[in-house]
Ligand binder design. Structure first.
Ligand SMILES: [Zn+2]
Length: 93
């Protein structure tokens, strides 16, 4: 079972960084903040977390990313490159 204790988590008001992955705030309701992987749109990454507003405690939702951690800001055109590599990999398997 995943616990938040060994995760490297940094956060500001609209971004959450977990183990090299960045998340953006998707939805906020009375007691929960929903974080979604930044690559949700670009790569349809399914990873997401929920966070209790009262305690700040992270609850793991889906934690598997369909891509590698992206630690540096993406260069122009590199998304195309990632998508191309993924397509290639898919064709090879
Ligand atoms: Zn992701």
């Amino acid at each position: 079972m995943l616990s938040s204790s060994y995760l490297t988590v940094e956060t500001d008001s609209t971004n959450l960084f977990i183990n090299g992955f960045s998340f953006t705030r998707h939805m906020v309701n009375a007691d929960t903040i929903y974080w979604r992987c930044k690559e949700f749109r670009a790569l349809r990454c399914p990873a997401r977390y929920r966070q209790r507003r009262t305690t700040g405690l992270l609850e793991t939702g889906r934690t598997n990313h369909n891509h590698s951690p992206i630690s540096t800001r993406r260069k122009r055109g590199s998304l195309k490159e990632i998508l191309r590599q993924r397509t290639t990999r898919k064709m090879q398997s």
